[in-house]
Design a protein around this ligand. Structure first.
Ligand code: IPE
Ligand code: IPE
Ligand code: MG
Length: 252
């Protein structure tokens, strides 16, 4: 296939609602500090914002919502904060899984699982198994996730295939590597939102973000809600996606 024939997304397709939205849920600690509360309280309120956002995403017709819940680098925080965050994940799965399942949400998890507490690993697997055949919103939870680590895992999986002579080194393309990422069946995010005013990716979806639209909002995550999601989508709609091609003129 020549480059001209490569199946790139057609930029003339109307993007009413982005199909895949990813969110870096940041600012829980600052939300709490601004109110003289402990950081853990910010994380607890962050879970409430997550519940609202999952509901809103489903109602708005988003197909896939990826959330950054705990990064591979977040282990460098104090032990007490890590305990808080792990406790919240446990409670979120225990309390919300049945409700998510009832509303047709399908849960997927990306990130490194082998170094997680076995109990947490089991809960994550349970969430995926219970909701596997649902066909509503797909909720992708990035937990113990780092994009460089994910790309290295993909490279290691490819290396196994090459060593076993099932793949020629010359057959290692970007497409092939993408097929070995943690959730290879999912399309790249159309829109990545980061709350709290920070303007960086912090090792989130570096590979998949190649052509994502990035929207940075000043809101701290616990204050994020349906209106904030809608306004980020409105900003996304104002963007012109070109995927390296030329802008499409009206009427062409
Ligand atoms: C996001 O809020 C939650 C996680 C990273 C787990 P933070 O805890 O990073 O809050 P800030 O950025 O310190 O305000
Ligand atoms: C990114 O936020 C990770 C999550 C939201 C889970 P951080 O708060 O960890 O990122 P930095 O340290 O400000 O870059
Ligand atoms: Mg932060």
């Amino acid at each position: 296939m020549s480059h001209a024939e490569a199946p790139l997304p057609d930029p003339r397709e109307p993007f009413e609602i982005p199909r895949h939205v990813a969110i870096i849920m940041d600012g829980n600690g600052r939300w709490a500090a601004a109110r003289g509360l402990p950081r853990g309280e910010g994380h607890r309120r962050g879970v409430e914002a997550l519940r609202k956002t999952v509901r809103a995403a489903g109602e708005l017709g988003i197909s896939i919502l990826t959330i950054f819940s705990f990064s591979a680098e977040n282990w460098s925080r104090p032990a007490s904060e890590i305990r808080d965050l792990m406790g919240l994940l446990r409670r979120f799965i225990r309390n919300d899984l049945v409700e998510l399942h009832k509303s047709g949400v399908r849960v997927r998890v990306i990130g490194e699982r082998s170094d997680l507490d076995p109990e947490i690993r089991k809960l994550l697997e349970e969430a995926e198994e219970l909701t596997w055949y649902n066909n509503g919103l797909m909720l992708v939870v990035a937990f113990n996730y780092g994009a460089r680590q994910e790309i290295a895992r993909a490279a290691a999986r490819v290396a196994v295939e090459v060593a076993a002579k099932r793949i020629e080194p010359s057959a290692v393309t970007a497409e092939l590597l993408a097929q070995h990422l943690d959730a290879p069946d999912l399309p790249d995010p159309d829109l990545i939102i980061r709350t709290s005013g920070e303007q960086r990716l912090s090792n989130f979806l570096l590979w998949q973000a190649a052509y994502s639209e990035l929207v940075f909002v000043p809101t701290y995550w616990p204050d994020f809600d349906r209106a904030a999601l809608e306004s980020a989508i409105a900003e996304f709609r104002r963007r012109e996606r070109r995927f390296g091609g030329l802008a499409v003129q009206a009427g062409t």
